[in-house]
Design a binder for this molecule. Structure first.
Ligand code: SF4
Length: 699
C-alpha cells in the first residue's frame, strides 16, 4: 500500500451513506480521521451533510470484527470463537460443497451489499453464477427501489435517473412523491431548495408526512396513504382530456397512447378526490402548474423525484409507472431539467444492480433469458451457466422456510432487521444448514451465522461506487484494513478459489476491466478514466464518452420510442380496521443511516440521536392522553414494539411515523411490517401497515 505510517495523508473517497454520492478528500494519520474536506465533487460540489462530514468513526469502532468467527456450542448455548482465515474458509468451502452435492446449486443463495463497491457486487454474482452455478443472487434494491426500476424499464427502457443531480437545478418545477429528501438525500435536497429559493423553481411535495421540504413547498399534497397511483393517473387523464398533453412529443417519441387512454377511463378527478382525499380544485391546480412548466419551447421542464413512500407499497411498480407515464404525457424527457429521478437510497444500491447482483440479470442488465447473452458470458468466464431464474431476497426467505434453500451468504446486509416482518426472516435463518455473514461489525443478522467474516469498509479499500445519477466514482484506500479484516473483494476471491475457481485479481481495477469487456453498458469504463475526481455516467461507450443526460433522441427500447404503459391500480391491503386503527409510516432520518448499524458506531451521532421513537399527531395525543416521551406499545398483526412517543405536527390524525434506525433490535420497526409485497418485484410493502397503540405511561 502507498499509505505512509506516521504521515498525514489526504485521500479521495466517496460517502458511504446515500445515493447522492458526495466525493471528498479525507485527511488521515494512520487510523486517525482528521477531517473531511469536500473539494469539487461532481454530485456535491463543496457540500456534504452531517453523515458525510462526521460519520466515519465506525471505521475505528472497537466493535469492528477483528478476525473470522466460527459458531460453537457449549451445551445448548451458542457462542463464537475466533478462527484463522484458513480454518474459516476451509469450513465454508466444505459446507458449501456438501450442500451443493446433496441438494444441488439452487440450494445456495447470495446477497450482495449495496454499501460495498461495484467490483464486489460483480464478484458476489460471479461467485454465485460461475463458481456455484446458481442465479440465486440479489441485493437490497429488492427492499427499496426495484419497483422504480420496473416502472422505468416498462416505459423508457433504462432503470436510472434521466439526468444528473445538477440538472435538477434547471427544472422549472420539481414534484417529489414519497420522499423525505432533506433527510434522506440532504445534498440533493439543497440543490432543490436553492433553485426554489433563488431561481423561482416551483416545488410540489406529495407525502403523508409534513417534513422539511413539504414545509417549503408551493403546494403540499397530503393524499391518503397508498393512493399516489390514483392522483398521478388522474392528472395524466385530466391533461389528456383537456387537450394539453405534449402532442408532438407523443407523436414523435411515444407508443401506446390509445391503450393507455383506455386504461385511464376510471381515473376521473371525482374518483381521485374520493380515493385520495385531495380536492378536485387542488388536482386542477397541480395539473395547471405541470402543464405550464412543461412548455417545450423553454429550457427545463418538470422533474419528478420519488423514493420509498412510492415503492414500498403493493402497487409500487404501478405507481412508478404512473410517474413515468405522466412525464411522457407532458413531454418531460430528453432535456436537462426534465425526467424521472428515482432517488436511490444506499451509496451503491444503483451499482449493486448495475453489476449483476440480481436473480434474472447479469451485469449491465443483460438478461439470462437471452441465449446470445448467456453464450457471451459463458465464453468470457469459461463455464456453463444456469438458465434458471434465481430467487430474489424475498423468495429466499420463503425458500428457507419451506426447506428449498439450505445455505445463505450475506455480504454486508442486516437482512434480519431490514426485511419486512423480521420475526419471520429470523425464523427463516434458523432453518438454514449453513450461513455465512461478511460484515464490518457483529450485526443482529450475523448472530445467526455459522461463520462471520471480518470485512473492511470504504476507507480501507479501493473500488468504485455508482450514485443515483448513474455516476461511477472512485474511492481510494486511506488506511490499512483493521486487524485481520480484508476488503470484500479479497474475501470473495478467497472463497471462490477454495471452491476450485482460479481467480487472480490483484486489484479492483482488474475486476472492472473484466466487467467492462463483457458489457455494453460499461464498455469504456477504466480506472484511468475515473482517476481522482473524474467520473463517468453510464452508459459509457468504448471510446470513454458517457451519458449524463440519459435520453436525447431516443429511448432505450427496440424502436427507440417510449411506451405509455396501461394503468393498473393496486389498492393497499392494510387499511386501518377497528382492531388496528392507525396507519404506520416508516422512513429515514438525517443523522442515522437505515437500521443504524454504521451510525450507532459513530459516538457523536449516536449521542445526538440515541434511540428511535414514534411520531404521534397532537390530535391523537390529546385523544389518547399521550404525553411527549410517553412509553407506548405498537401492535400490528405480526408483532409488537415499544417506543417513546414524540408529539409533532409532521404527522396528522391517525398516522404514525417510526424511523428505521433503532439500537435495540427487539423493538425494530420491521417487527411490525407485514409480508405483503409489490406484485411485480416482491419488494415488501413496508408502508402498508396498520397498528394499534397502547399507552404504557411513564416509566
Ligand atoms: Fe453522504 Fe448523502 Fe450526505 Fe452526501 S448527502 S454526504 S452522500 S449522506
Amino acid at each position: 500500500s502507498a499509505i505512509r505510517e506516521g504521515y498525514v495523508e489526504r485521500t479521495k473517497t466517496v460517502c458511504t451513506y446515500c445515493g447522492v454520492g458526495c466525493s471528498f478528500d479525507v485527511w488521515t494519520k494512520d487510523r486517525q480521521i482528521l477531517k473531511v474536506e469536500p473539494l469539487n465533487g461532481a454530485a456535491n460540489g463543496v457540500s456534504t451533510c452531517v453523515k458525510g462530514k462526521f460519520g466515519w468513526d465506525y471505521t475505528n469502532s472497537p466493535e469492528r470484527l477483528k478476525a473470522p468467527l466460527i459458531r460453537e456450542h457449549d451445551g445448548n448455548q451458542p457462542y463464537f470463537r475466533e478462527a484463522s482465515w484458513d480454518e474459516a474458509l476451509d469450513l465454508i468451502a466444505w459446507r458449501m460443497n456438501e450442500i451443493k452435492a446433496q441438494h444441488g446449486p439452487d440450494a445456495l443463495a447470495f446477497v450482495a451489499s449495496s454499501k460495498a463497491t461495484n467490483e464486489e457486487a460483480y464478484l458476489v454474482q460471479k461467485l454465485a453464477r460461475a463458481v456455484v452455478g446458481t442465479n440465486n443472487v440479489d441485493n437490497c434494491s429488492r427492499y427499496c427501489q426495484s419497483p422504480a426500476t420496473q416502472g422505468l424499464w416498462r416505459t423508457v427502457g433504462y432503470g436510472g435517473d434521466s439526468g444528473t443531480i445538477k440538472d435538477l437545478e434547471v427544472a422549472r418545477l420539481i414534484l417529489t412523491v414519497g420522499t423525505n429528501t432533506t433527510e434522506s438525500h440532504p445534498v440533493l435536497a439543497t440543490r432543490i431548495k436553492r433553485a426554489h429559493k433563488l431561481h423561482g423553481q416551483q416545488l410540489i411535495v406529495a407525502d403523508i408526512r409534513k417534513h422539511e421540504l413539504a414545509e417549503r413547498a408551493d403546494v403540499f399534497l397530503h393524499p391518503n396513504p397508498g393512493t399516489d397511483f390514483v392522483w398521478l393517473s388522474a392528472l395524466s387523464k385530466h391533461i389528456l382530456d383537456t387537450g394539453r398533453a405534449a402532442q408532438s412529443f407523443l407523436d414523435e417519441h411515444v407508443n401506446g397512447l390509445g391503450d393507455y387512454r383506455a386504461s385511464l377511463q376510471d381515473f376521473t378527478l371525482e374518483f381521485a378526490e374520493a380515493e385520495t382525499g385531495l380536492s378536485q380544485d387542488t388536482l386542477r391546480q397541480v395539473a395547471n402548474m405541470l402543464v405550464a412548466a412543461s412548455d417545450q419551447t423553454q429550457d427545463g421542464g418538470v422533474c419528478i423525484c420519488w423514493a420509498m413512500g412510492v415503492t414500498q407499497q403493493m402497487g409500487g411498480s404501478e405507481t412508478s409507472t404512473a410517474i413515468s407515464n405522466l412525464l411522457l404525457v407532458t413531454g418531460n424527457y430528453m432535456r436537462p431539467g426534465t425526467g424521472a429521478y428515482p432517488l436511490r437510497g444506499h451509496n451503491n444500491v444503483q451499482g449493486a444492480s448495475d453489476f449483476g447482483a440480481m436473480p434474472n440479470m447479469l451485469p449491465g442488465y443483460e438478461k439470462i433469458s437471452s441465449a446470445d447473452t448467456m453464450a457471451k458470458w459463458e465464453a468470457g468466464w469459461g463455464v456453463k451457466l444456469s438458465r434458471e431464474k434465481g430467487l430474489d431476497n424475498t423468495q429466499m426467505i420463503d425458500a428457507m422456510l419451506d426447506g428449498r434453500l439450505h445455505f445463505l451468504y450475506l455480504n454486508g446486509e442486516d437482512m434480519g432487521l431490514t426485511d419486512a416482518n423480521s420475526n419471520h426472516a429470523q425464523e427463516a435463518f434458523g432453518q438454514l444448514s449453513f450461513m455465512v455473514v461478511q460484515d464490518i461489525t457483529m450485526s443482529d443478522t450475523a448472530k445467526f451465522a455459522d461463520v462471520v467474516l471480518p470485512a473492511s469498509p470504504a476507507l480501507e479499500k479501493d473500488g468504485t461506487f455508482t450514485n443515483t445519477e448513474r455516476r461511477i466514482q472512485r474511492l481510494y484506500q486511506a488506511m490499512s484494513p483493521y486487524e485481520d479484516s480484508k476488503p470484500d473483494w479479497e474475501i470473495l476471491q478467497l472463497v471462490a478459489n477454495r471452491l476450485g475457481a482460479n481467480w487472480s485479481y490483484a486489484h479492483p481495477s482488474e475486476i472492472m476491466l473484466e466487467a467492462a469487456s463483457l458489457t455494453e453498458l460499461f464498455a469504456g469504463v477504466t480506472y484511468e478514466r475515473l482517476e481522482g475526481y473524474k467520473t463517468l455516467c453510464w452508459p459509457v461507450q468504448a471510446d470513454g464518452s458517457d451519458t449524463p443526460l440519459l435520453y436525447t433522441e431516443k429511448f432505450h427500447t427496440a424502436d427507440g420510442k417510449a411506451l405509455l404503459y396501461p394503468a393498473v391500480y393496486q389498492p393497499r391491503a392494510h387499511a386501518p380496521t377497528a382492531e388496528y386503527d392507525l396507519h404506520l409510516n416508516t422512513g429515514r432520518m438525517l443523522e442515522h443511516f437505515h437500521e443504524g448499524n454504521m451510525t450507532f458506531h459513530v459516538p457523536g451521532i449516536a449521542a445526538q440521536v440515541p434511540d428511535s421513537f414514534v411520531e404521534v399527531s397532537p390530535e391523537l395525543a390529546a385523544e389518547r392522553g399521550i404525553q411527549d416521551g410517553s412509553a407506548v406499545r405498537l401492535v400490528s398483526s405480526v408483532g409488537a414494539v415499544r417506543l417513546r412517543a414524540l408529539i409533532t405536527e409532521r404527522v396528522q390524525g391517525k398516522e404514525l411515523y417510526v424511523p428505521l434506525n433503532i439500537r435495540n433490535a427487539v423493538d425494530a420497526v420491521n417487527r411490525l411490517t407485514g409480508s405483503n409485497k409489490d406484485t411485480n418485484t416482491n419488494t415488501p410493502a413496508y408502508k402498508d401497515t396498520a397498528v394499534r397503540l397502547e399507552v404504557l405511561g411513564e416509566d
